[in-house]
Design a protein around this ligand. Structure first.
Ligand SMILES: [Zn+2]
Length: 188
C-alpha cells in the first residue's frame, strides 16, 4: 500500500495539496472550521479529542477543480477526524492513505465502518481493503470521464445551495479551457 507520511500534528495537509493545484483556502474557512470543531468535538473514528482536523469528505481542492468550491465551506462535506501519528484516522479513514484521494464510501462509511478501530485494525479490515481497491485517483491522474463523473457525484450528493452571489454553480465541461473565475470561487 502506498501511504504518505503523516503530517506534523496541527498542520493541514489539505492546504498544501490545494496549493499544488494553485488553490488557497477561502478567507471564510477559519470560521467554518471552528464551527465544525464546536459541533463534533471529537474524532468520528476514535472519539479522541486531540489533534483534531476538519475533514472534507471530498477534498476541497477537487471540489474547486470541478467548480463546486461551495463545498469547501458546506457542512454536508465536513466531519472531524484525528491526525495523531499513531491513529491516523484522518489519513486512513478519510483519505484511504493518500491525502490527494478520499473515501468513496462518503459520510456513511466514515461514520459507521471504522468506529473504535486502531490504525492497524483498519488496515486489516476487509471493507477498508475493498475501498482501497476503488480509491479515487489523484486529480492529475483522473481521466476526462472521471472528472465529469466527480462533478456529477457532487451535484447528486450535495445539490448546490443558492447563495447571495450565485443561483447555480458554473458548468464544468473539462473541455481543456479552464475558467479561472469558476475555479477560485466558493460562491460566497
Ligand atoms: Zn481518531
Amino acid at each position: 500500500m502506498q501511504q504518505q507520511p503523516s503530517p506534523t500534528p496541527g498542520t493541514n495537509p489539505g492546504t498544501s495539496i490545494a496549493q499544488k493545484y494553485g488553490l488557497q483556502r477561502s478567507p471564510l474557512w477559519p470560521g467554518v472550521e471552528k464551527a465544525a470543531l464546536a459541533k463534533y468535538l471529537k474524532c468520528t473514528t476514535c472519539a479522541g479529542d486531540q489533534t483534531l482536523q476538519v475533514h472534507h469528505i471530498v477534498p476541497f481542492h477537487l471540489c474547486h477543480l470541478v467548480y463546486r468550491g461551495d463545498l469547501e465551506l458546506d457542512e454536508r462535506n465536513l466531519l472531524v477526524l484525528c491526525e495523531e501519528n499513531v491513529k491516523e484516522h484522518h489519513l486512513l479513514v478519510g483519505h484511504l492513505g493518500n491525502f490527494e484521494s478520499y473515501n468513496p464510501g462518503g459520510r456513511a462509511a466514515i461514520e459507521t465502518e471504522f468506529v473504535g478501530l486502531t490504525s492497524q485494525q483498519i488496515k486489516n479490515n476487509p471493507t477498508w481493503q475493498a475501498l482501497m481497491k476503488s480509491r479515487p485517483a489523484p486529480w492529475d491522474q483522473m481521466t476526462h470521464e472521471v472528472r465529469l463523473a466527480l462533478r456529477q457525484y457532487l451535484d447528486t450528493n450535495f445539490p448546490f445551495i443558492p447563495t447571495a452571489k450565485a443561483s447555480a454553480p458554473f458548468p464544468f465541461l473539462d473541455d481543456g479551457i479552464a475558467n479561472p473565475e469558476a475555479v477560485a470561487t466558493t460562491y460566497h
